[in-house]
Design a protein around this ligand. Structure first.
Ligand code: DPP
Ligand code: ZN
Length: 882
């Protein structure tokens, strides 16, 4: 495979002003006719180089340059290009190709899912549809005509507005769509199928009426309302918070069952994984409802941050993804609880993105090389990219940030631009120099920020010294990395837990009691004056920068912060740090073969949270959630899987024994409310159910008959999937074998026709850490509802096993690794994107002890030697072994 470098970027030789497509859809093939109205890029010298169009897996039937039919001697074909020599600066290319969506299992380009035709073109799928300049800086207007059997495909959709339709005499019909906005080919979409839709209206800020439609398979028409509500909220929010108005007369979402990602922001025609659209109480959990709301918003927001202003090249992917994740996170925070949203995002980032940043695939937010761009739809591009935007927001303040985003959209509307262009707009609008800040885009790895304190009682000064560094990542040594700009939001607490006024040396007066310091040097001190007693610092409030902060808190100080910090995020964070300290102590005891002894301070800290009726229940639930095994792995130098699992389970058991009464009270009180309240997908209700459910998962460890009875009752009588699924999960993880089997069978019987619910049934079992996990997963792969061809199924069963069931996956006999490698080898031929993602756990082999390292590496080597690898899998495997 070939590496592509940012430094080799060149503007396109030719532009495509108009693209006219005609699709004739048949059961055993599809014909694609493309008319491209092209010209020499006027920014380049006048002589005409050869035109090299991208195209893969296309059967060329017909080719014309202007009025001239081209024969075999007039063009050159390779397996990925078609080369023609233009003779004039402006010309028209006409081509007809035959493709096979009916046998496309890679789910890239045009393919069939549950009998319908659909597309996925980002990043480079359009070249599997027709010969084209498949790069985001070539933006064209599109008209698309599609024809197909009227019975099978009554609905025919593409981007933009419908302008004509008609019937043919052979039972076929056709429709033509026109998209007035120029777009790159990756935003093209087409759908043909037997679909129903829910329709609604939205009136924009300038009083235009937009038709909203969500298309689904007929049996799912009752699961669309939540997505429609989320869409309307998103449209309103983007007008209010960013001044962005929708621009076409119609906005459509189509749900498809087989989809590699969550969803895709095609202009005016978003295509979604059905798991990111369908939600109703009986079949989708609270988390699924929140995910639908967030993804609908994310894809809608792309209409401006991605579509109207797009990326010049794929190295700039975070330009649209980081910004859009930042936007959707702010939206979700506004719709729900901001603190809880932040806690969940940070926990996810630190567990998964930090692990990526520390592994062989680590790359900067703006990478400078790739082999296969599909491998770069990563946590770093998305989540770390969003953190970079959040830091710009913090440094500039909300008002200047909005000015910057307005300027960016205005200056670059209709253009394909770079991350530098974005930052420049932010600088121009705010007057803030972001030159040094831009290192966040180019330096990979998670910075470490060590903080030490010095209190001078006589001078009443308090000094914090920050020391930053960043570990080596592939291609970037530690010593080559220059200091980042790290915004540190902080406060200083007095002995009563109040925030002290903050006055830095040299300042005339205190400036508030919560402020942001910019750490820009490798080592830098800040001295606060008028500090009458030694304070306790609350550092990195709200997780103001994606760094690994260290400060030598003792456990009593952490308990104090848990109770008194004015920043809700840092109250949770103090609890997490306390839990980490306590768990690491247990892990050490486990490794030394000692008796495990839980520090009672963790018990009393959690008891205090549990008994505090004034706390948001969602916060209590988050406080009770111990750091996960994956996070404990990430922060270990050498991860001892069994010790981590043993220590954490011991702590959960001890907490259950010590806190049984308050947990039981909370559980019963909340369950009683749930029982008497119809399901509502809103924050306060999410909070109640979250606390009820985490309480139940602890209580079940107590082996008490009344708890088993409560779990069975919750499983059998609750009206919503949130309570149902937790009850099922606790039974599945319990020693009560008869109840477990009965519940699993009842659930499968009830939901056998609902693929998304069956995914949850697979996941609950895949994640069960009881012994014998691999054998259970292997048996489930034979279940009639399972297929490797559906990415949701692969994620629900195989990824859930490898990512969430760490003790079973990392079994010391290597059976989990062998199993995963086997699946990767099969999927490599079926669906390379999914195969490459499935691999991720094996790439982390350096985290483990020698025995596991050898086994994991052995499986990577076996994959490498298994035959012809897709570029997707090859890139990840070869970089992991390098
Ligand atoms: N559809 C993916 C997303 O929205 C890629 N653009 O993030
Ligand atoms: Zn996106």
């Amino acid at each position: 495979s070939k590496t592509i470098y940012l430094k080799d970027y060149q503007a396109p030789d030719y532009l495509i002003d108009e693209t006219h497509l005609t699709f004739e859809l048949f059961e055993d093939h599809t014909l694609v006719h493309a008319q491209l109205v092209m010209r020499r890029n006027p920014a380049l010298p006048a002589e005409l180089p050869a035109l090299v169009l991208d195209g893969q897996q296309l059967e060329l039937l017909h080719l014309k340059l202007d009025d001239r039919e081209l024969g075999a001697g007039d063009y050159q074909l390779t397996d990925s290009t078609l080369t023609v020599q233009p003779t004039q600066a402006s010309f028209v290319i006409d081509s007809t190709v035959r493709i096979h969506p009916e046998s496309n299992t890679a789910l890239e380009g045009l393919y069939k899912s549950s009998g319908m035709f659909c597309t996925q073109c980002e990043a480079e799928g359009f070249r599997k549809i027709t010969y084209y300049l498949d790069r985001p800086d070539v933006m064209s207007s599109f008209t698309t005509t599609l024809s197909g059997d009227k019975q099978k495909y009554p609905i025919l959709l593409s981007n933009g507005n419908p302008i004509a339709s008609g019937e043919e005499d052979d039972g076929r019909h056709w429709a033509t769509w026109e998209d007035p906005f120029k777009k790159p080919a990756y935003l093209f979409a087409l759908v043909a199928g037997d679909l129903w839709c829910v329709e609604d209206k939205f009136t924009t800020m300038s009083s235009r009426e937009v038709t909203l439609r969500i298309y689904v398979e007929p049996e799912n028409i009752d699961k669309v309302q939540h997505a429609m509500d989320s869409l309307k909220k998103s449209m309103k929010w983007d007008e209010e918070v960013y001044g962005r108005e929708y621009d076409l007369d119609i906005f459509m979402i189509v749900a498809v069952n087989d989809f590699n990602m969550g969803a895709m922001e095609n202009k005016g025609l978003n295509i979604f994984n059905s798991s990111a659209v369908l939600a109703r109480a009986e079949t989708a959990t609270d988390a699924a409802h929140q995910r639908v709301e967030a993804i609908v918003a994310h894809e809608y927001f792309h209409n401006w941050s991605g579509n109207r202003v797009t990326c010049r090249d794929w190295f700039q992917l975070s330009l649209k993804e980081g910004f859009t994740v930042f936007r959707d996170a702010a939206f979700s925070a506004d719709m729900n609880s901001p603190t809880v949203k932040r806690i969940q995002d940070v926990a996810y980032l630190r567990t998964h993105q930090f692990a990526e940043d520390a592994g062989p695939m680590a790359h900067p937010v703006r990478p400078d090389a790739y082999m296969e761009i599909s491998n770069f739809y990563t946590l770093t591009i998305y989540e770390k990219g969003a953190e970079v935007l959040r830091m710009i927001h913090t440094l500039l303040g909300a008002e200047a940030f909005r000015k910057g985003s307005d300027l960016y959209f205005e200056r670059h509307d209709g253009q394909a631009v770079t991350c530098d262009d974005f930052v420049k707009a932010m600088e121009d609008a705010s007057g803030v120099d972001l030159t040094q800040f831009k290192r966040w885009y180019t330096q990979a790895g998670t910075p470490r920020l060590a903080v030490s304190e010095r209190y001078d009682a006589a001078a009443k000064t308090y000094t914090l010294t920050f020391t930053q560094s960043c570990p080596a990542t592939p291609g970037q040594s530690e010593s080559s990395k220059l200091p980042f700009v790290i915004p540190v939001e902080l406060g200083l607490l007095d002995g009563q837990g109040n925030d002290l006024p903050l006055r830095l040396q040299g300042e005339a007066a205190a400036v508030g009691s919560n402020r942001v310091l910019s750490v820009t040097e490798a080592q830098q001190s800040f001295t606060f004056v008028d500090i009458a007693e030694k304070p306790l610092p609350s550092l990195l409030r709200g997780f103001s920068a994606p760094v690994k902060l260290s400060f030598a808190y003792d456990r009593d100080q952490l308990m104090f912060l848990m109770q008194h910090d004015s920043d809700g995020f840092n109250r949770w964070e103090a609890g997490q740090q306390l839990s980490v300290q306590v768990l690491q102590e247990l892990i050490g005891q486990h490794q030394r073969g000692e008796k495990l002894v839980l520090d009672g301070r963790l018990v009393s800290a959690l008891r205090t949270s549990l008994q505090d009726d004034s706390l948001d229940q969602a916060m209590v639930a988050e406080m009770l959630s111990l750091p996960g095994e994956a996070y404990l792995t990430e922060i270990s130098d050498v991860a001892d899987v069994d010790a981590i699992h043993g220590a954490r389970e011991f702590a959960r058991q001890q907490l259950t024994d010590a806190l049984f009464e308050p947990l039981w009270q909370r559980y019963q009180a909340n369950r009683e409310v749930s029982r008497n309240t119809p399901y509502v997908a809103e924050a306060e209700h999410f909070a109640r159910r979250a606390l009820q459910n985490i309480a139940l998962s602890y209580l079940m460890l107590g082996d008490k008959p009344e708890v088993l009875a409560a779990a069975l009752d919750q499983f059998e009588t609750s009206d919503n999937m949130t309570e149902r699924l937790t009850a099922l999960a606790v039974l599945v993880n319990s020693p009560f074998e008869a109840e477990r089997s009965k519940a699993l069978a009842a659930f499968a019987e009830q939901f056998k026709d609902n693929a998304l619910v069956m995914d949850q049934w697979f996941s609950v079992q895949a994640a069960s850490t009881l012994p014998g996990g691999l054998a259970r997963v292997q048996a489930l792969m034979e279940h009639p509802a399972f297929t490797l061809k559906n990415p949701n199924k692969v994620r629900a069963l195989i990824s859930a096993f490898a990512g969430q069931n760490l003790v079973n996956f990392h079994a010391i006999d290597g059976s989990g690794y062998r199993f995963l490698a086997d699946q990767v080898i099969v999927l490599n031929a079926l669906n390379p994107q999914i195969a490459s993602r499935l691999l991720a756990p094996l790439t982390r082999w350096r985290k483990y002890g020698a025995e596991r390292q050898a086994l994991m590496k052995g499986e990577l080597e076996r994959i490498l030697a298994s035959g012809e690898l897709s570029p997707d899998v090859y890139e990840v495997v070869s970089k992991s072994l390098a």
